[in-house]
Design a protein around this ligand. Sequence first.
Ligand code: ATP
Ligand code: MG
Length: 200
Amino acid sequence: MEIGLLGGTFDPVHLGHLIIAEEVRCKLGLSKVVFIPAGQPWLKADRVITGGEHRLAMLRLAIDSNSYFEVSLAELERSGPSYSVDTVSAMRDEYGSEVRLYFIIGPDALVELHRWKEPVRLAGLCQLIVVRRPNSRREYLEALHPVVPGISSRVRCVDVPQIGISSTEIRERVRAGVSIRYLVPPEVERYIYEQELYSP
Ligand code: ATP
Ligand code: MG
C-alpha cells in the first residue's frame, strides 16, 4: 500500500491543499492521502493559531466528499511541538514496513526543511514529495543540498497546477471583509462565518 501524508496547520484548509493532495494521489496512484493537522506548529510560534477543534472541523468538512482522503489526529493528540519526523516515525510503526509513505510538501515548506527536526532521518523514513509549479526548475533543491546533505536524491518532484492560495490570505480576506468564495470549499466558508473565525 502507498499512502500520502500531508501535514500542515490548516488554519484554514483551502483549495490549494485539496488540489495538491488529489494531484499527488492520482499521479502516484496512492491508496489514500492522510491530512495531519499540527498540534503546536513550532515554526509558527510567533502567531496565534486557531484552536485544533476548529481546524479539525474545517478539515473534516473539506475532505468528507473524497473517499481517498482521511484525517489523522496524531499531532493534535500529542502534546508539545509537532515535529514531522516524530509523526512519520509513528506512522511507520503503525502501518508496518511494507507500506510506502509519501510525505507531501509545498515549495515554501521545502526551503525551510533544514530548520526541521532531523530532516535526514525524516527523508529516510519516507519519500519526500515536493509539489512544484509545472516547468519550474530544481534550483531550490540544489540550494538545500549544503544544509541537508543528500536531500535532493530523496526528494521527488510532482507537477501540480499552480494555485496562489494561502491560509494567510484567507485569514486576511475574512478580517477585511473580502470574499473567500471559491478559495475554500463552501462548507468551510460557511463554518468560518458561523464560528466567526478570523474576524477582527
Ligand atoms: P499559512 O499561510 O498559514 O502558512 P498555508 O496556506 O501555507 O498556510 P499550511 O497549512 O502551512 O498552509 O500548508 C500545509 C502544506 O501545504 C505545506 O507543505 C505548504 O507548502 C502546502 N501548501 C499550502 N498552500 C499551497 C499552495 N497553494 N500550493 C502548493 N502547496 C501549498
Ligand atoms: Mg505556509
